[in-house]
Design a protein around this ligand. Sequence first.
Ligand code: OKP
Ligand code: ZN
Length: 392
Amino acid sequence: EPSNRMHVLWSPTTLKHDPPYEFLNGERIQYLESPKRVNLILAEILKHPARYKVTEIPGVEVEDEATTLDALKQTILRVHSEDFYDYVRTAFHRWTEADGERPPVRCYLLGRQGVKQLSVCAAQNGVIPETFPHPSLLSYGKTDWKKSPIANAGAYCFDLSCAITEETYAAVLAAVKISLSAVDSILSPENPAGVFTLARPPGHHAGIDVCGGYCFFNNVAIAVRYLQKKSEVEKPLSCKVAILDIDYHHGNGTQQIFYEDPSVLYVSIHAENDYPYFTGSSEETGKGAGEGFNINYPLPHYSGEVPYLNALQSGISRIKDYDPGYIFVSLGVDTYVDDPICKFELTTSTYHKIGRLIRSVGRKTIFAMEGGYNMENIGQNVVGVLDGFLEG
Ligand code: OKP
Ligand code: ZN
């Protein structure tokens, strides 16, 4: 008999990733994907101990047993390339140690008085790209961009939102660990109907060998592979999984990872003509054996509850037809009417309805935190979805 308390997993180590800024419309602004988001959601969840069982997951320290770290790495490598993994792991230290003593990398301000050295340096700001070794520019083949830490950033990022600070690697590993613990939890004898991974950085934009959109490792994709491997031992080849991505933005990374895989159905509802601008069309339906197992619902800007729930009903009926063993929900609440960077018009009451609809599929469900940037309502909106699921 499934327990009706939802398990919530989080880790204080995820709060350590805290880059100072990002760019929006060419302007430097405060980093929107901030640690505060987790604190606000957690505070809201802790108000309801009868419905949520909260567990703190310890982070992985670099000094941790080599075997623990290696097992985690091998699990991540089922999704990401090793070159990319090594970029995320080493970028900060490669860059700041490039010239010997730290911090050697300084920023300069070009002003009317000439070049002025600033006190700010890369050690605080984190590693972000400065140039992009674009494939069409590499035809000479004699200059090795891999030697340059800064060119590496350009090669492994598709935007400027993924600064790698000294603490970033620890935080992204903790996010992966939370995601794997959620799988362990849903397969445990306690058998909860739902688990929520309150992790950050988010994951759905992270592709096989590229980060972007605040995402480094694709938490959901890694957890899906881990679940499939774990359940394969008991029931060979029986583990079909559906991913329902309800973040405002298209999960280009998740789509890429499973595009040719019929064992994972990816369904996304997102804004059309919006970030990341190069994926998310309804004509992207999968490839090869995966044809028909990728379903996109792009909706116009300013869509509200009615078109949103229509798309969700349709997506949910496709998921029911697919008949997965498990559902992962990439849960973004940046669809909220007052989100600072998004243009949908959902209200807090819509989130309850979304949760209830997800429960109607009747499958074990792992909710994974993705986006949502309105600090006044993020807690209520996330708990709205989870409460709706619990109320069924
Ligand atoms: C991440 B998630 C454009 C800035 C866009 C990135 C948005 C990432 C959203 N210049 N910022 O899906 O909520
Ligand atoms: Zn988003």
